[in-house]
Ligand binder design. Structure first.
Ligand code: PAF
Length: 291
């Protein structure tokens, strides 16, 4: 057999498509006393995802990356169909990162006919992103709990770019006694400050330039905060002034909220802005340096 069994076994990442397969792989590692890390993604991997994978590799013995564009978290008229799908490129990146396994289930494998149970997260899922994308967080919470149940990782890694998602997953992990330690990693930015997101791929040239207004709005609020401004309304106005000056931008929300409840007042500046057809989000903890 070309290469022999050893080569095949060493082939990384192992590609797993079903829940039973991922459960048995992760269980094997756990039984061998290895620490298992999970990085849940929807693919179209970029340097932000790679930073989660690298942190996972540093902290765990095994790194498992899931790639699943979860239909449950997309509302009607959102971008489920056109969400970027680049499995071959993603697997090449995972190979280069020496990831142990990639879990790439089909929709039927994750949601067999008749699977109607949903996870509702309560208040934190009802404001901001939750208000603007009804059902979104129920979809996120359901798929994340399913991944936690299938893999039973010691740790799972999420990006601060999706701050409300990260807070909600931490809440879910605690409330439902998953035993999973949720690790939130810093946002990775382009040289001009734009937060990395798979959705940046939708931006046309002029839109890509316009998209800088998100980080510029956060910088404006941060400057005011560092000058001593604490009134959430004034900090919000600082963001809105920048966003309104960008003709391609339409604001869904720009707020300064508490990092746990996502209600005002607080210290986390959060915003969601449409640039053309593309909806982008970003956030920053005021008072901290923002490159
Ligand atoms: O952040 C994402 O890519 C998704 O919301 C997640 C956490 C993988 C769940 O589908």
């Amino acid at each position: 057999m070309p290469g022999g069994e050893g080569t095949v076994a060493a082939e990384r990442p192992a590609l797993i498509g079903d829940v039973a397969g991922v459960r048995s792989a992760a269980e094997g590692w756990r039984c061998a006393g290895e620490r298992v890390g999970l990085v849940p993604t929807m693919g179209a991997l970029h340097a932000g995802h790679l930073s989660l994978i690298e942190r996972c590799r540093q902290e765990c013995d095994r790194t498992l990356v899931s790639i699943f564009v979860n239909p449950l978290q997309f509302g009607p008229g959102e971008d489920y169909e056109r969400y970027p799908r680049r499995l071959e490129d993603d697997l090449a990146l995972l190979r280069a990162e020496r990831v142990d396994a990639a879990f790439v289930p089909s929709v039927e494998a994750m949601y067999p006919a008749g699977a109607t149970t949903r996870v509702r997260v309560g208040e934190i899922g009802e404001v901001l992103e939750g208000e603007h994308r009804p059902g979104h967080f129920e979809g996120v919470a359901t798929v994340v709990l399913k991944l936690f149940n299938a893999v039973r990782p010691h740790r799972a890694y999420f990006g601060q770019k999706d701050a409300q998602q990260a807070a909600l997953v931490q809440r879910l992990a605690r409330d439902l006694d998953t035993g999973v330690e949720v690790v939130v990693c810093p946002t990775v930015r382009e040289p001009d400050g734009l937060a990395l997101s798979s959705r940046n791929a939708y931006l046309e040239e002029g839109e890509r330039i316009a998209a800088r207004c998100l980080v510029e709005a956060l910088r404006a609020a941060n400057r005011r905060y560092l000058e001593g401004e604490r009134d959430p309304e004034r900090l919000r106005e600082a963001m809105l002034a920048v966003l309104r000056a960008e003709p391609l931008a339409r604001v869904d929300y720009a707020e300064v909220v508490d990092e746990r409840t996502f209600r005002s007042p607080g210290r986390l500046a959060v915003l969601a802005v449409r640039i053309g057809q593309t909806r982008l989000i970003d956030n920053h903890r005021l008072g901290q340096p923002l490159p």
